[in-house]
Each structure stands twice: as structure tokens, then as C-alpha cells.
Design a protein around this ligand. Structure first.
Ligand code: FE2
Length: 420
């Protein structure tokens, strides 16, 4: 008897699957069958020969509340982190729920168009109205059928920068923020920075939330809050639920300290997120030459077996006026800037925008096997190497068996005069 399925993807190449192409059948939101050739029919039957079936992309670090505001109220002409924070302080006086929701939704759709189906966004909780947080929580719930979103309560101006900021952070957790954030290197003093990390861990335990801290996003080799984060995680046995984002100062530490720190990180098993697009442009601004790249030690952290993922951080905002939400741009740049051009290293950078990102988000890996949830993307190239090299477009996004979006292949037609 002929089998019936909801959807069959014909002759795609399965990431980590067999050498040959396969047919993949989906029924009731689950991968129901994988075989070289399925003698079956489906409501939707798609030929994807020459394409890669992959776990979806994961955006593990983005600021959706500031996305798509570049140039408003003014451009960041110095290109520095600190001018960006100043501009954002001006822009956020005029935030409304509708403004944040509209831009966040637009940015999420842009990301989805590149195959992103999981996002961790930071929400600035330094304003008494908590408008960014409330807007992003609403958006999180609104898009849940096609995008999984986690919202980090992020005290952009420092937990102790203003008297009310600590209370605002806690209020954000009460309102439903998924993750506790922080920015110790931006606190007024080193002591405030250390105190903020300890307070973040207390709040995380009290409200049972994971942690994601903007940590040492500076070229200052004396900025050493990563060791505080790792030590707190180790002592409280919270490693996999803790993430340190950016950690760009790690690129400026001398090796004697960096090696000691690496040992502590290995023991703590925390996650790390690098944001190469933005940190390559923000950092090193005070240098002449040699000029630092300002990207944390991605390759070395990965070599030590630590979980590293890659984020976009910004899409057209006061810190970065470029960006289109495509994780393949991030992975491609990381391969260059972190000198990870070996085949295994290229594959590792791909994993840093897929399953390693899921690990950071505390979510199970995508298995792409029979019985697993049918949440996957199809990319217009036969393997990871070609996908990265060409930044191949997403042909299809599927969430729990439902097609979220499909893209027709682009066609290039040469004029007859130029064919020889
Ligand atoms: Fe960030």
C-alpha cells in the first residue's frame, strides 16, 4: 500500500547523513521516514536535489530593540561602542511599544528569510518604562509558531549606573524575561562590575533563569570580569546555563593570564558568544598599527572543547549600520578573522550558527533523524563548504513540519553574445 505523508523532500543531501542523496518524509510535524528513494505520495512533494538539509540557523546574540534604527537620530561617525551607547540613549527617549514591535518583527522576518528559526535577543531594561522588554515579550509570544525567541533582561546602562537600574532588572524578570543579563565592564568601577556579576547569579537562582552577560567588550586588557563569571558559574555549578558574550578583551590579554583563564573556563563549562561582524569594527579604534582585531579567542576556545557560538549582535543600529541578519555572513567572517580555514574548522564555524547556538540557548540539538521534530532548513548548495563559500540562500524553512517560507532559485541568464 502506498504511504501518504504531509511533505516529502526529494533527493536532498543530509548534513551528517549518508554520502548519497535521500528522500525525507514528514508527517504530523515529525520526520517520519528517510530513505534513498521513498515510494510514497505527499500533499507537498518537493524536488530539492543538489541542496543541503540542515539544522536551522540560530541567532544567539542580537539586539532587536535597537535594530533598524541606524541614522536615527544621528549616525555613529566614530564607530565606537561608546558613541553607540550615547546615540541609543538619545533614541530610546522616543521609544514606543509600537515602534519596537514593528522593528523587531521586521528584523525577525529578515532573519527568518536567511534560515534563522531560533533567536536570543537582548532587551534594554535601563528605562523606567521597560518599553523594549514589554515589546519584545509581546513579539516573542506572537511569533512562537515560526520562531523561538528568548529575551534577555539587559541593563544597558549598568546595573549600578543609576539608582533604579537594579530594581528594573528584577522587575524585568518578574515580567517574564527568559534570561538575566549584565554589563560589568560598563559599570562605574571595577568593584561595581564584580558586585553586578554576583547579583546576576543571585537573581538567576532566585528566578530560575539562565544567564547571558555582556562581558569585557573592550580592548582593555585589565577588564577581567570573565574570570568572575566563570568562577561564579563553577562555584554554583551552573556552567551550561551561563553565557559570556563578546569577551573581546580576551584578545588583548597576555598569554600567561589567558592560559590561566582558559583552564578556569574549561572547568566552568560556560558558553561563549563571539560577534565578529561588529567587534571587528568597534574594537581597535584606539590602536594605530599593529591594529587589534578585537575578536575573542574563538579558535582556541573551540580547541579547548568549550561551546562557542556566533552572533550578529546588531542589524542597522547605533553600533553597526550594516548587517542583514544572515548568520552565514557571520560564520564566513569568523572563518577569516579567526583564521579557521581548515575543513574541520569551517565546519565548526557552521555549527556555531546552528547547533552550538542551540546549546547556548539551553535547547536540545537538532538530530535530523526519523522520529525527531521536523524543524529544518534547505540550503541551495550540496554541502556545508559550498554553503559557506557562497553564502547560499535558504530554499525552504520548515518548523515542526510546516513550511514557513520557500524561495525560488535565482536564475542568471547570459546574453548570447557573451557565451563563448
Ligand atoms: Fe551585544
Amino acid at each position: 500500500m502506498t504511504q501518504h505523508f504531509d511533505l516529502i523532500l526529494r533527493q536532498g543531501n543530509l548534513l551528517d547523513g549518508p554520502e548519497h542523496a535521500v528522500d525525507l518524509a514528514i508527517q504530523d510535524g515529525v520526520i517520519a521516514a528517510i530513505a534513498p528513494h521513498l515510494d510514497a505520495i505527499a500533499a507537498q512533494d518537493l524536488d530539492i536535489s543538489g541542496c543541503l538539509i540542515s539544522p536551522p540557523f540560530v541567532e544567539s546574540h542580537i539586539h532587536l530593540d535597537s535594530a533598524l534604527t541606524a541614522g536615527d537620530p544621528r549616525w555613529n561617525e566614530s564607530g565606537t561602542l561608546f558613541e553607540g551607547i550615547e546615540i541609543w540613549a538619545e533614541r530610546k527617549r522616543n521609544l514606543s511599544l509600537e515602534d519596537v514591535k514593528r522593528r523587531a518583527l521586521e528584523a525577525l522576518k529578515l532573519q527568518a528569510s536567511h534560515g534563522v528559526l531560533f533567536v536570543r535577543t537582548h532587551a534594554d531594561v535601563s528605562e523606567p518604562s521597560l518599553t523594549p522588554l514589554k515589546a519584545l515579550l509581546e513579539v516573542r509570544d506572537r511569533v512562537k509558531d515560526w520562531m523561538t525567541v528568548q529575551v534577555v533582561a539587559f541593563p544597558q546602562d549598568g546595573m549600578y549606573g543609576h539608582a533604579q537600574n537594579e530594581a528594573l532588572l528584577e522587575e524585568a524578570l518578574r515580567l517574564g524575561a527568559d534570561v538575566v543579563g549584565g554589563i560589568p565592564h560598563y559599570e562605574l568601577t571595577r568593584e561595581d562590575g564584580v558586585r553586578s556579576v554576583h547579583r546576576i547569579f543571585e537573581l538567576a537562582e532566585q528566578y530560575e533563569r539562565p544567564i547571558d552577560i555582556h562581558c569585557d567588550e573592550t580592548d582593555d586588557p585589565q577588564s577581567r570580569f570573565l574570570e568572575v563569571v566563570a568562577a561564579c558559574a563553577l562555584r554554583r555549578n551552573l556552567g551550561p546555563r551561563v553565557t559570556a558574550s563578546h569577551t573581546t578583551a580576551f584578545a588583548s590579554y597576555d598569554n600567561a593570564y589567558a592560559f590561566k583563564l582558559m583552564g578556569l573556563l574549561r572547568r566552568s563549562q560556560i558558553n561563549l558568544i563571539a560577534n565578529p561582524l561588529i567587534n571587528l569594527t568597534l574594537q581597535g579604534r584606539g590602536d594605530t598599527y599593529p591594529k587589534r582585531r578585537g575578536i575573542t579567542r574563538v579558535k582556541e576556545l573551540w580547541q579547548q572543547g568549550l561551546n562557542v557560538s556566533l552572533g550578529h549582535d546588531c542589524i542597522q543600529d547605533p553600533w553597526y549600520n550594516l548587517g542583514n541578519g544572515n548568520p552565514l555572513d557571520v560564520a564566513h567572517l569568523a572563518i577569516h578573522a579567526c583564521q579557521m580555514t581548515g575543513r574541520e574548522e569551517i565546519r565548526a564555524c557552521y555549527d556555531m550558527v546552528t547547533d552550538r547556538g542551540l546549546h547556548t540557548l539551553g535547547l536540545p540539538a537538532t538530530k535530523l533523524v526519523e522520529g525527531d521534530a521536523a524543524t529544518l532548513i534547505v540550503l541551495a548548495a550540496p554541502n556545508v563548504f559550498e554553503v559557506i563559500r557562497n553564502r547560499s540562500p535558504v530554499r525552504l524553512s520548515v518548523v515542526r513540519g510546516r513550511v514557513v517560507l520557500a524561495r525560488s532559485p535565482a536564475l542568471v541568464r547570459w546574453s548570447a553574445n557573451f557565451l563563448t
